[in-house]
Design a protein. Structure first.
Length: 70
């Protein structure tokens, strides 16, 4: 494991995003890095498609709709 130096403003955005996402700052940084790498290597996929693909690979089943209206 290493240390990564980032700009103060990016660190502040990372801190705010981690609160909103209920992740640690480290977990939020890792998420952004992973999504960024996936986006660069799969430019034809949307963010939602990348996340759905990762969830499926992790064995997370998509919720089924029951026909209830909101």
């Amino acid at each position: 494991m290493g240390i990564v130096n980032i700009e103060d403003e990016l660190h502040e955005q990372l801190r705010r995003a981690s609160k909103a996402s209920y992740r640690s700052i480290t977990a939020q940084a890792a998420f952004w890095i992973r999504i960024g790498m996936l986006g660069e290597t799969n430019p034809g996929l949307t963010f939602q498609e990348l996340v759905a693909r990762e969830l499926k690979a992790a064995g997370v089943a998509a919720p089924t709709t029951t026909g209830a209206s909101a």
